[in-house]
Design a protein around this ligand. Structure first.
Ligand SMILES: Nc1ncnc2c1ncn2[C@@H]1O[C@H](COP(=O)(O)OP(=O)(O)OP(=O)(O)O)[C@@H](O)[C@H]1O
Ligand SMILES: [Mg+2]
Length: 491
């Protein structure tokens, strides 16, 4: 016994074919949200890091440029005062080919640059594009090294140029290091006694400052911003996704509920129409059937006189009309269910009545019936005739499910919650297969040659009118258990 079906009406409806495509399409919000928010998050992270790091880079370059210019001007002054003037006084003219002069200049330059974060200082001649002095000894004497900036400086203009390579990808391991140098060119001029600068340009000073470390730090900052913003937005994304997923599930559940309700309504409408039709047809059949039956009975009496030995022929007509009559009555019961006429009643006495009624049939089919009734069972309000009809149909179903004989247990009890009374019919018959169990309450579903398939449909109507329910458990080849559960008023 494993297939538990507490809410037969809901299950029946939900197993109807075509449900999947007839309902509302599943809500696509989650998918839509996932893709758009992921794109927005990625774009926002990169844009944010780009704006911040670009800003930092610009500030750094502006500052470095101003600093380099100031430094170059200061170098100009120091070199002029401490080298040019004393040298001219001592030697009469400047000639850097003279080792002593060169070393004096070198000493002065190195004194000024020490600890200032300057990479190299180079001084170009003003008459020809040749390097007269450089802190990088190899460069001294090289010609045509001063580019357009050299020319501009000769015209009295200060310029800076940035030579760099490297991007965000340089933070990845295995990539070449970032390279960034700021070159500043200023004209080298003499100075008057009070510090005023002369118009005479004696050469061009090139100051190179290495900014690789700073740029590297900015690129690292950029990377950190991206990771941090991705992390924050990832968390945000997770939280939002969770909310949207939940909302999506609720919306889907609502849609399912609505679909079920619609189907239930359709089913109810279909059954109502079916009921009307069945009622009309059954009503029309009922009267002629009565006439056929009484005519056959009269005919039977006459046949016994005219053609003795053939009475069984009219007997067949009587028997079959009786069967048809009971089917028509069942149809009418189903089509026009009567409202229950409730009275306080003990289910035990109904069970005993059914047991008495089916006694002869049980003997014929070699079925044993055991009564397991709760002697303390409280009375409840019910329509005894209707519940009797339900129970009788269930017991007959059980007998029919045991063609080789078997055992039926009729039991009553108050359920564990104390709020309901349970009346159960248990058999060890054929059981019901998983694909059939969903249909047994559907009107006209039967696997019997002579069944109408209305027994359980009527039972369901009646029990629903009593505000109760039917629970079925069944295992093929082992047996079934049908439990009628009726509420105890006031509990
Ligand atoms: N105890 C049972 N064991 C096995 N199958 C059952 C049992 N009770 C019901 N069924 C299945 O459920 C079907 C529907 O039962 P229902 O009582 O509604 O109609 P029926 O017995 O076929 O016909 P009717 O009761 O109208 O003569 C049955 O045909 C049978 O297949
Ligand atoms: Mg039946």
């Amino acid at each position: 016994m494993k297939k538990k079906q507490p809410e037969f009406q809901v299950r029946q409806i939900s197993t109807r074919p075509g449900d999947a495509d007839s309902g509302i399409q599943p809500f696509q919000l989650v998918k839509y949200f996932f893709y758009t928010s992921l794109t927005v998050i990625l774009i926002a992270s990169f844009a944010l890091s780009w704006v911040i790091s670009n800003n930092a880079k610009k500030v750094l370059l502006d500052r470095s440029e101003a600093y380099s210019e100031l430094f170059a001007e200061n170098l100009n002054r120091q070199v002029f005062l401490r080298f040019v003037l004393p040298t001219v006084i001592q030697y009469g003219r400047i000639a850097l080919s003279n080792k002593a002069q060169f070393e004096r200049l070198d000493l002065n330059v190195r004194n000024v640059t020490r600890g200032m974060g300057i990479d190299s200082v180079t001084i170009f001649d003003s008459n020809e594009n040749i390097i007269s002095y450089s802190t990088i000894p190899d460069l001294v004497g090289k010609i045509d090294r001063g580019g357009i900036e050299y020319q501009k400086a000769l015209k009295g203009e200060n310029t800076s140029v940035l030579i760099s390579s490297g991007s965000l990808f340089n933070i990845l391991p295995g990539t070449p290091p970032v390279y960034c140098k700021l070159k500043t060119y200023i004209p080298f001029r003499g100075e008057g006694k009070s510090g005023e600068r002369s118009e005479n340009i004696m050469g061009v000073i090139e100051v190179v400052k290495d900014l690789s470390g700073d740029i590297n730090a900015i690129i690292e900052l950029q990377g950190r911003i991206i990771i941090l913003s991705l992390l924050i937005m990832g968390i945000l994304f997770g939280v939002l996704s969770y909310i949207v997923l939940r909302a999506d599930r609720i919306i889907e559940a609502r849609a399912d509920e609505r679909r079920l309700l619609e189907e239930k309504l359709n089913e109810a409408e279909r059954l109502a129409n079916l009921g009307k039709m069945v009622a009309a047809v059954s009503h029309e059949i009922k009267n002629p059937l009565g006439i056929v039956r009484s005519t056959a009975e009269i005919l039977g009496k006459r046949i016994s006189r005219v053609a003795p030995g053939n009475e069984h022929l009219s007997g067949i007509i009587v028997e079959e009309t009786a069967r048809l009559d009971s089917i028509v009555r069942e149809f009418l019961d189903f089509a026009r269910p009567k409202d229950p006429r409730k009275e306080s009643f003990n289910l035990n006495s109904l069970a005993e009545r059914v047991a008495r009624f089916v006694g002869p049939e049980l003997e014929k089919k070699s079925v044993e019936l055991e009564l397991s009734l709760d002697p303390e069972l409280p009375e409840i309000f019910l329509d005894p005739e209707q519940i009797y009809q339900v129970l009788l149909n269930m017991v007959i179903n059980s007998i029919q499910a045991m063609p080789e004989g078997g055992r039926i247990i009729l039991s009553t009890q108050v359920d564990l919650s104390g709020k309901n009374i349970e009346l159960a019919v248990t058999d060890n018959g054929t059981g019901i297969s998983a694909d059939k169990i969903g249909q047994i309450f559907t009107p006209f579903f039967t696997d019997k040659n002579r069944g109408s398939g209305l027994g359980l449909a009527i039972a369901k109507n009646i029990i629903e009118k009593h505000e109760g329910r039917i629970e079925v458990e069944s295992t093929e080849e082992e047996g079934s258990r049908f439990a009628i559960i009726l509420p105890r008023p006031g509990y």
